[in-house]
Design a protein around this ligand. Structure first.
Ligand SMILES: NC(=O)c1ccc[n+]([C@@H]2O[C@H](COP(=O)([O-])OP(=O)(O)OC[C@H]3O[C@@H](n4cnc5c(N)ncnc54)[C@H](OP(=O)(O)O)[C@@H]3O)[C@@H](O)[C@H]2O)c1
Length: 332
């Protein structure tokens, strides 16, 4: 028996959460029996989208998210000690896994070797954010060389990769971010124009950055900002509704925004929701392509590492506020 730590919901979320919404507990992890193995978390991811699923979760429910873990004790020959895994098993330091009983929701995979790069990349550029960027851009936005691609929330783990892939595809790329530091970072990655939505007048900034209109809009933010962007789209433009950062804290009290349907009809836009969970079959090939681009210096990434499992709520709140450029992870 080993003692592990886990974070659970301590107080129901209502609006923007604070550290008082989270509770740290201890739990016993029994030694593995035949067919089982135990693993310890090395890195954990905090994801803004988990805010939505926590809305209705009762007090005491685990906070969910991906982690990279290493097998520490094993009675399962397929998972010897030292195997590195990615799994979706909540904010906990240790887990006991029985591969026969493991629910599908745990989404466990053995991690490939990233050629000496840290396995933490499986939570960011080589994980859900990177693969969502890749598939969401190519499958939904279908960018063609010479077109203009606009990415909202582009200073985050996902948006920063979208813009770089659009550049690889020969597009002009515009980013929208919430700080001047993020503007500088994205320009250093090759974005053609980046503006700060907190300072600029969005319509003026778009007229100046995209005088010929926007062909592809990769939207991570939603709300009023997205409505404004639609007014600058070209006929037959493509919109990937990938995230809604501006609305996660509102729960069922969403603010009203003007209808997008008039722009959609007049400009014959394709507006499509996207979930990477529908594309499990393309995950490994997408990851391989992104790793190739990283090795060629065509895709760059930024990780902000917070140290200590106790930092999980702080890291999550930081991610929700969008205060960090790139991917925030917690190293245990
Ligand atoms: N559909 C899918 O399959 C899928 C998969 C993974 C993630 N997602 C979604 O994709 C989005 C991006 O994920 P991520 O991992 O890149 O998250 P992230 O690293 O936390 O980045 C999100 C960005 O959104 C910006 N933002 C936050 N609140 C905003 C607001 N009110 N208005 C405008 N911008 C705001 C933040 O910074 P600034 O405000 O400074 O710009 C931040 O850089 C999220 O909405 C996430 O839920 C979707």
């Amino acid at each position: 028996m080993v003692m592990a730590k886990a974070w659970v919901i301590g107080k129901t979320f209502d609006g923007a959460p604070t550290e008082s919404n989270f509770r740290l507990i201890e739990e016993d992890v029994p030694a593995p029996k035949q067919g089982e193995f135990a693993c310890e978390a090395l890195y954990l991811s905090v994801n803004p989208y988990e805010r939505r699923s926590s809305d209705t979760a009762p007090v005491g429910s685990p906070l969910m998210g991906y982690q990279v873990a290493r097998v520490t004790e094993s009675k399962n020959s397929e998972y010897p000690v030292g195997t590195v895994l990615q799994l979706y098993c909540g904010w906990r330091t240790r887990s006991l896994i029985n591969t026969k009983e493991i629910p599908k929701v745990v989404k466990m995979t053995k991690l490939p070797d990233f050629g000496g790069k840290e396995p933490s990349l499986a939570l960011g550029v080589l994980g859900i954010p990177g693969v969502t960027a890749y598939l969401g851009l190519l499958d939904v936005c279908e960018p063609k060389a010479g077109e203009t691609v606009l990415v909202s929330g582009s200073g985050g783990a996902l948006g920063s990769v979208v813009g770089q892939i659009a550049k690889i595809k020969g597009c002009k790329v515009i980013g929208i971010v919430g700080s001047n530091k993020k503007c500088d970072w994205l320009k250093s990655l090759g974005f053609d124009h980046v503006f700060n939505y907190r300072e600029a007048k969005v319509d003026d900034a778009l007229k100046s950055a995209a005088p010929n209109g926007v062909d592809c809009f990769f939207d991570n933010v939603g709300g009023e900002l997205s409505y404004r962007v639609l007014q600058h789209m070209n006929n037959f433009g493509r919109v990937n509704v990938c995230g809604a950062m501006s609305s996660y804290n509102y729960g069922d009290k969403q603010p009203l925004i003007p209808s997008p349907f008039i722009a959609c009809m007049c400009k014959r836009l394709k507006i499509q929701g996207f979930s990477v969970l529908d594309h499990a079959d393309k995950f490994e090939e997408s990851r391989t392509q992104i790793l190739k681009w990283i090795n060629e210096g065509k895709v760059k990434y930024r990780e902000e590492v917070q140290h200590g499992f106790e930092k999980m709520p702080h890291a999550f709140l930081t991610a929700l506020k969008g205060n960090v450029a790139g991917k925030i992870i917690v190293k245990v």
